[in-house]
Design a protein around this ligand. Sequence first.
Ligand SMILES: Nc1nc2c(ncn2[C@@H]2O[C@H](COP(=O)(O)OP(=O)(O)O)[C@@H](O)[C@H]2O)c(=O)[nH]1
Ligand SMILES: [Mg+2]
Length: 307
Amino acid sequence: MEATVGRVVSVDRGYPLVLTSQGEQRAQHAVDLVKNADIRAVVGDMVKLERPPGQDTPLITAIQERRNVLSRKVLVESRSEGSGKYNEQILVANIDLVFVVAALSKRRIDLDYLERQLVMAYQSGALVVIVLTKADSAPHLEDDLAAVKDIADECPVIVTSTVSKVGFDVIRALIGKDRIGVLLGRSGVGKSSLINELLGVPLLQTGAVRDKDRAGRHTTVARKLMPLPGGGALIDAPGLRSLGLYDAVDGLAATFPEIREQAQECRFRDCMHSGEAGCAVAEAVKRGLIDSRRLKSYRSLAAEVFA
Ligand SMILES: Nc1nc2c(ncn2[C@@H]2O[C@H](COP(=O)(O)OP(=O)(O)O)[C@@H](O)[C@H]2O)c(=O)[nH]1
Ligand SMILES: [Mg+2]
């Protein structure tokens, strides 16, 4: 059996599409690989493909060790116990950049949600970049940008618009010749539009946003790795309705560096900064050194992470 190595570019109803030097091939997991293990190839995985004699569909016989993963917590229904339990869902593997995408609009930007996205993004270990879309229809651009930069720490913040065509050259430069990035953002924020902009052709379907609830139509159905002209690739992810945090202790610390720093002065090592004696974080909030919204957001995310 000849073996080739390729990268998973999408997974359609359990069947991975693998990009090899011979083009894209629809593949199937080898029974030996998956029968005793809860392992499935995800977008970004490097896999070994083998074609048994007389068979059309190549088999994935090995998944290379993942450099990193972007994952979320999902509820899995368990019929036997009558109640669900939480599991890790790996969204993509082996990524260099996570673009945390949020749209500017008439409303002020939702910093709490942005922080949730950042925790998930940082947890992957990849380089995190914030992208604020729709700068052309952003009455609070200056204030929103300042607020985001305030919480971004060292994370780059890029403002884009498909109307005035700004920001895409910066994203293009970050991806360079061979980096792979994934877009993490609510439905309707403009992820598919952003990829189309970099592709130069509208390969991905985009959807109008319903005015009433700002929710985009879920036009993107599956995660898909799109190679870009000039090298590198972006992964479009469908609007993930929930961003449950899975094992995200490091991501939490990276998102709230000022709280992590102050926490070292707390009397108790396991201080949750919720009214304990000798809490240096509460003291810093009182002295105006830490924003009270930040602490509130931290505590709400921490409650989930440490649950
Ligand atoms: N005004 C404006 N609209 C945009 C921009 N980017 C995307 N949109 C629109 O926002 C809607 C949702 O975009 P889409 O790319 O489908 O979002 P996705 O769900 O994140 O993939 C579409 O109607 C786009 O035309 C932008 O920079 N400015
Ligand atoms: Mg889309």
